[in-house]
Unconditional design. Structure first.
Length: 453
């Protein structure tokens, strides 16, 4: 047994084991192996009970719950997550997801000619489209740092500084930079702490997309000092969808005048707050009130945060969960890569896999599959995505699982997620499945189905 495997011998506070023994706590189908927790997350049965309780309460007495009970419970959730993130409660509100948070920030800014938004090649697709929209509808321009992983953290930070300096020397200004804590695809950790520091040094507003953040990597927002930070709670914190914590320090709250959509909390230049919720007995800032009631949606997931944190504490706490998932991701993907005869996506410093996800290259030769595609009339440039989509569908239909497949850097990769209900056996099983799927792809099964996906 390796040291990494020994590190996975983790027991809960009640004496159970992390891994399959915890699977009974979740709602997952017994026939389904969830190796893609990172995309949509999931939550324990105990949290479902809390979720349904809140939903039943609001249906039993709609006005009483929404107007009087809900704001108090929301404040309790804000305080609970603020404690986890080491941030003042008055700097914490909630939005449905990280994309909404990034949109809220970018759409709040007033851009002038010569202002730039800087972002990285691995930005989440929806956020890149948001930047495209901003540059179409405002005087803002954008600049993208292009690269393909693996790259070193030192290079990435240096390239960021060089790009910002280049814009300044050309007479422009990088108003804001958008970057991740952990990239979605491929699933790798970014040096977000160093990038926040670089933003401070260069006078750039930092917008941290922590979609894969809370419950995933260690976060101390007081120490980090980001200008804006948003993190999905429904991915890694075992909270129901959709719920994201949105952090804006007091110094920047005047910049966020509107929610998305604009709702009752908006304060016109010549006006005052007109909110359907009664005034709180405890004074709240206009920023907090603004986000307290944003239209009529199911806000029950926001209220589940204290229960989720308590459940996580009951099995071992944040550090134990994080260490287990990091170790499982690293040890598990190494085993998968060994079986496939390939590699894990990593840099020389070993920083990319310091998270709960890792990526393994599939043993497929691009030129051979492109030749197959050409014979079937599929353009060379389309083969990568056609094969990717075929793999995704086959994993669901034939193997009762899902692993995030991608065509990246001229090769096919699989992103695997670690979670407390998984263990090394699941990754060993994944290696066998991926061997079969790769053999089927190499034999050209995808060719006939490509046009139907």
């Amino acid at each position: 047994m390796t040291s990494g495997e020994k590190a996975l011998e983790v027991r809960t506070k009640t004496g159970g084991r992390f891994g399959k023994e915890l699977l009974k706590e979740f709602l997952l189908d017994k026939a389904y192996r969830n190796l893609n927790h990172g995309s949509f997350g999931t939550y324990p049965r105990a949290i479902r009970e809390k979720l349904q309780s809140f939903q039943e309460q609001v249906e039993a007495r709609p006005d009483q719950f929404i107007r009087y009970t809900y704001p108090q419970l929301l404040d309790e959730s804000r305080a609970a997550i603020a404690n986890v993130l080491n941030a003042p409660t008055e700097e914490i509100v909630f939005v449905p997801n990280a994309t909404t948070g990034v949109n809220t920030v970018l759409r709040s800014f007033v851009f002038n000619k010569g202002d730039y938004i800087l972002y990285f090649a691995t930005i989440y697709g929806a956020c890149e489209k948001t930047i495209n929209y901003i540059t179409e509808t405002t005087p803002a321009s954008s600049i993208k740092i292009a690269y393909t992983y693996p790259v070193e953290d030192d290079w990435l930070v240096a390239e960021f500084k060089m790009k910002v300096t280049g814009v300044i020397e050309a007479g422009g200004r990088v108003k804001a930079a958008v970057f991740d804590t952990v990239v979605s695809m491929p699933g790798v950790r970014m040096p977000f702490e160093r990038l926040v520091a670089a933003c401070k040094e260069l006078g750039v507003l930092s917008i941290v997309d922590g979609a894969h953040g809370v419950g995933h990597v260690e976060l101390d927002l007081g120490k980090l000092g980001a200008d804006f930070f948003v993190s999905n709670c429904h991915k890694w914190l075992h909270v129901p969808r959709g719920c994201a914590v949105f952090y804006v320090p007091l110094r920047n709250q005047p910049l966020i005048r509107s929610t998305l959509p604009t709702s009752h909390g908006f304060v016109p230049v010549a006006g005052s707050i007109s909110n359907p919720l009664p005034a709180s007995a405890i004074p709240k800032s206009s920023f907090v009130v603004n986000f307290e009631f944003v239209g009529t949606i199911d806000n029950a997931p926001y209220l589940c945060i204290p229960a989720a944190i308590q459940w996580r504490e009951s099995i071992g706490g944040e550090a134990a969960i994080r260490d287990y998932c990091w170790t499982l991701a690293q040890e598990g993907t190494r085993k998968v890569a060994k079986v496939l005869g390939t590699e894990v996506l990593e840099n020389s410093a070993g920083t990319l896999t310091r998270c709960c996800m890792a990526n393994v290259r599939l043993p497929l030769v691009a030129t051979k599959l492109q030749e197959m595609g050409a014979q079937a009339g599929i353009e060379k440039g389309s083969v990568g995505m056609v094969v990717r989509d075929w793999i995704s569908r086959v994993l669901v239909d034939d193997y009762d699982t899902f692993m995030a497949a991608m065509w990246y850097g001229g090769a096919w990769w699989i992103r695997l997620s670690a979670q407390v209900y998984l263990d090394l056996d699941d990754f060993e099983w994944a290696a066998q499945v991926l061997t079969k799927v790769s053999n089927r792809a190499a034999q050209g099964e995808w060719v006939g189905l490509g046009s139907k996906l």
